[in-house]
Write a protein that binds this ligand. Structure first.
Ligand code: IMP
Length: 201
């Protein structure tokens, strides 16, 4: 469909990209993956999401979506939070590091996933959309679906980890799905289509 507006997804994370392709499939936009390789130097999810979106916009000239997310464990004061991607060189080591820090801490290890989406559009201030998912971290890996910390995150009220959920089930509960819903409901993506129509493309 040549008339669909293009939207850059500023991420090199294959798991996130797969989820955005699914979550935004009905948005009427053509998604382009582009890793702007921004250092996550911000002090909040919002700062980092903005850095990713604005860097992708600057490099591509196209409307761009940046996302920052993390897992916050209550007993660790919200750690690893915005440092979730940097606990170790591989996800297996990151998961092991988190579980090691929780060793000896009484359960349940109440936690939440948070996702902030930044939408950067030429000539406008960035807009932000947030979602969360509540649950608890469990000590044993359960399931192999998803990515990141999915196999050790038990979702409240489901009896399952994200690792045990197929994509269509994860999207009912996930922090990223909630943020994407807020983005869709804001109408911001429909405005991208409208502005293309006005330019007569
Ligand atoms: P960032 O948003 O690129 O900084 O990465 C956040 C990190 O949090 C990822 O590397 C994952 O390990 C983790 N994370 C974020 N969202 C999810 C999710 O939906 N499932 C599992 N892990 C996630």
């Amino acid at each position: 469909m040549p008339d669909r507006p293009r939207l850059v997804i500023a991420s090199g994370n294959a798991g996130k990209l797969r989820e955005y392709r699914d979550l935004l499939s009905a948005a009427g936009v053509e998604l382009i993956a582009f890793d702007s390789e921004v250092d996550e130097v911000g002090e909040s999810y919002t700062d980092n999401a903005r850095l990713k979106a604005e860097s992708a916009l600057a490099k591509s000239g196209l409307p761009s979506l940046g996302d920052d997310s993390g897992l916050e464990v209550e007993a660790l004061g919200g750690f690893p939070g915005i440092r979730s991607a940097r606990l170790g060189p591989t996800q297996t080591e990151r998961t092991a590091e988190l579980l090691q820090r929780l060793d000896g801490v009484p359960r349940p290890w109440t936690a939440r996933f948070v996702c902030v989406i930044a939408l950067a559009v030429p000539g406008r201030d960035a807009r932000f959309f947030e979602g969360e998912c509540r649950g608890e971290v469990v000590p044993e890996w359960q399931g192999e679906a998803g990515f990141g910390y999915d196999p050790i995150f038990l979702v409240t009220g489901t009896g399952k980890t994200f690792g045990e959920m197929p994509p269509e089930e994860k999207r009912k509960y996930s922090h990223r799905a909630a943020a994407a819903r807020a983005l869709l409901e804001s109408g911001a993506l429909s405005k991208l289509s409208a502005s293309i129509d006005k330019r007569g493309r």
